[in-house]
Design a protein around this ligand. Structure first.
Ligand code: HEM
Length: 178
């Protein structure tokens, strides 16, 4: 998993708690990287799960909540790192439809080693989008947070419904009738 995913997570921890919390959770885990991440490096995705579990143990906040909050924060960071991907989108649902065939395709060109999920999307109406998330990393909570971050970024009050499937997770995004 790309270093940006880790560096942004540790920045979030530093902002919400402090630098000692960052050092403590790194010390709590036996990380192959030793906790030294660079934005362009690639690391085992299990390290993020270990760091989140360590943060959960120290803060008593549940792991899924932490992952979701992190996903939401991550979206705002990705949007500011890669503004070119946002500017082409019409609305939030068009943007979300483009994650699989445009954004992550561009990400893969930049980082051929990126580990990306797959999304299958269908429009269930002008204001409703179904997204089926599949990934061997099972970061459903991060994905949920990313979609929330996206709605916030586009300043829409949508609803997100999540249903587990046998081989993935279905997200239904419903915007208010316009
Ligand atoms: C500007 C928009 C976006 C950019 C630049 C972007 C880029 C990236 C990058 C760099 C990674 C890490 C790949 C790796 O570590 O190897 C990633 C992973 C991921 N992205 Fe995106 N992304 C964007 C939007 C979204 C949105 C809106 C969603 C959700 C609908 C999403 C879902 C995910 C998930 C869940 C992962 C974690 C990997 C996995 O689950 O297998 N991304 N993305």
């Amino acid at each position: 998993m790309k270093g940006i995913i880790f560096t942004e997570f540790l920045t979030l921890v530093e902002n919400q708690w402090d630098e000692d919390m960052v050092d403590d959770i790194i010390d709590d885990c036996d990380l192959p990287s030793g906790g030294a991440y660079t934005a362009v490096g690639t690391y085992d995705h299990k390290e993020i799960v270990d760091l989140v579990m360590a943060l959960s143990a120290r803060t008593q906040i549940e792991v899924p909540t932490l992952l979701q909050v992190y996903g939401k924060y991550l979206f705002s960071k990705l949007a500011s790192h890669y503004p070119q991907f946002i500017s082409k989108a019409g609305g939030v649902l068009e943007f979300l439809e483009g994650v699989e065939h445009y954004i992550h395709v561009e990400v893969r060109k930049l980082y051929p080693e990126a580990e990306l999920p797959s999304f299958e999307t269908s429009r269930l109406g002008p204001n409703q989008l179904e997204m089926i998330y599949r990934s061997s990393r099972h970061l459903d909570d991060v994905c949920h947070g990313l979609i929330e971050g996206c709605l916030e970024f586009f300043k829409v009050e949508g609803q997100i419904e999540r249903t587990p499937l046998e081989d993935g997770t279905r997200f239904l995004i419903r915007l208010p009738e316009s």
